[in-house]
Design a protein around this ligand. Sequence first.
Ligand code: F6P
Length: 366
Amino acid sequence: MAQKFTKIAVLTSGGDAPGMNAAVRAVARTAIAHGVEVMGSLGGYRGLIYDEMVNLTSGAVSNKIQLSGTFLYSDRCVEFKEEAGMQKAIATLKKHGIEGVVAIGGDGTFRGATDLSQRGIPTIGVPGTIDNDITATDNTIGFSTAMQTVIENADRLHDTCESHARCNVIEVMGRGAGDIALNTAIATGAVGCVIPEVPFDEDALIQKIVRLRKAGKRGFLVIVSEGVGKYGEVLAEKINNYTLELSKSEGNDRLWVETKFCRLAHTVRGGSPVLGDRVLASKMGVRAVEELLAGNSDLIIVEKAGEITTAGIGYSQVLDRMYKDTLKEGMLDKYTAEQIADMQKYIEEKKAGIKKTYEMFETLAG
Ligand code: F6P
C-alpha cells in the first residue's frame, strides 16, 4: 500500500528555464489539493543542505506563472554531489517531516534526484531546461520560450542585416544539443546552421552566401549552436574575410558581405514563459505530485507524442549517454537484449529525425 504523504518539498536546480515557476505552482497546488503540505527549497539542493526552506501555501505561488527565472532560485550545487552534503540534505528533510521531493531541472538535477531516491527519499524529476537535451522526453520546460527569444532577437538582427547587406552569425545556447539552433534557423529563414549532430560544410555555406549575394540577397543569418565550441566567431570572420577578398579581386564592393558575430548567451534563459511552456510545466508538475503520492520514485516526467508519462531516471540517463555515445562499461547490464534494442531504435529514430529536419532546413534556406 502506498505511503500516506503529509509533506513534500519542491526545488529548481541547474540552469534556470522559463516555466519553472509554473511547474512549482503546479506541484504546490496539486499537493495542497491532496491535503499535503509543501515546502520550497531555496537555491536547489543547496537549500536542503543549509535548511533554507520556505512554506509554499497556495498564496505563495500565486501570480508567479508568468514570471521567468525561478522564484525558488537555482544553483549547480557541487556539495550535494558528496555524501556529506547529501546526508545534511536528508537531515533537513527529516527535520521538517518532508517525505518526498520533486526536483525540477536537467540531467544534473536528476542525478541528485536519483541519489535521494536511493537513500530512501521518494523523488520525482521534472525536466526543466532550455536545451531540450533530455533524450527520454520530446520537450523540456523552457525550450519553447528560449526558441521564441532567439527568433525575436534574430529577427531584429535580420532587419539591420537587410538594410546594410550584411550577415550576422548568432550563437545560441544548447550545451551539447543543437535543438534550439536548428529550430530557430528554420524559423528565422537563416542561410546556415551549425549543430553538433550534423556535419557542416563551411565552404559550401560561404559559396552559397556569395551566390545569393550575387543574385541580390542582402540580409543573411547563420545560427550556430554553442555545442560546436567557439566556432561562431571563427565562421563570422571567415565569411567576412572571404567576401571582402572576393569583392576586391572582382572589383565589386557589393560582394563584400560584412559579417558580425552575436552571442545571445543567457538572454535566451530569461523572459516570460510562452504558453507552451506554462502548460507543459503545469501538466508535468501535476503528474510529478500524482506519481509521488501514488508511491512512485526515481522517475522523471516526460512528454511523448503529446502525452505526459514517466521514465525511470536510470533509463533516461542511459538514453542520454547512448545518444551522446558516452556509455560506460556495465551501464547496460541490467537491461535485457530486447530493452537495449528498443533503446537503440529510439535513439536511431531521434537522430534520423534531426537529420531529416536539417535536410529540410537546407532545402528551404536560400
Ligand atoms: O543547461 C542550460 C544552459 O543554459 C546551457 O544551454 C548552457 O550551456 C549552460 O546552461 C550555461 O550555464 P551557466 O548558467 O552556469 O553559465
